[in-house]
Design a protein. Structure first.
Length: 164
């Protein structure tokens, strides 16, 4: 039930931001439209079966830290690419690094790939499900063990609480 309330609030917030209005009439209409959308597309918007309320609350609480760290990784990647493009640093050793999937669900692998690809200087090339690894191309693959450890640490500390 908490997940449904959170999804309703988020959909209503998106509607409100689109209108740039917090008038009660607009919020009420947004809530009604959100409820209709949620009922119509509940199979797509909500996981089946629904997770326990505690897990949902933990995911909501973990999201700000996840978003902040993802943003800092995007800034670091942008800086790294900018220094190479401008000529401050040479393009020394680009390459592909295997990142273990571990016990991630397919949804968590998708989220990991999205976050990896948002950060300039790295992108998801392929997922080898039979070998349980993601192939990531990075702009500086000088130390693949450190890159691997960084992605594993990111998953363990920030993403696992959000999407296991």
């Amino acid at each position: 039930m908490i997940l449904i309330a959170v999804v309703l609030m988020l959909l209503t917030a998106v509607y409100s931001m689109t209108l740039a209005s917090l008038a009660w009439e607009d919020l009420a209409l947004g809530l009604g439209l959100s409820a209709i959308l949620l009922f119509t597309f509940r199979g797509v918007l909500l996981p089946s079966p629904l997770p326990p309320a505690g897990q949902t609350l933990r995911a909501v609480a973990a999201f700000p830290a996840f978003a902040f760290i993802a943003f800092t990784e995007i800034v670091k990647g942008s800086w790294q690419v900018a220094t190479i493009v401008v000529g401050i640093r040479p393009l020394a050793n680009p390459g592909i690094v295997e990142i273990p999937i571990m016990e991630r669900t397919p949804t968590a692998v998708g989220l990991s790939g999205l976050i990896l690809t948002l950060s300039p200087g790295s992108f998801l090339v392929d997922v080898k499900w039979d070998e349980r690894v993601m192939l990531i191309h990075v702009i500086d693959a000088t130390d693949p063990e450190a890159i691997r450890a960084g992605y594993v640490r990111f998953y363990e500390r920030y993403q696992r609480a959000l999407v296991p």
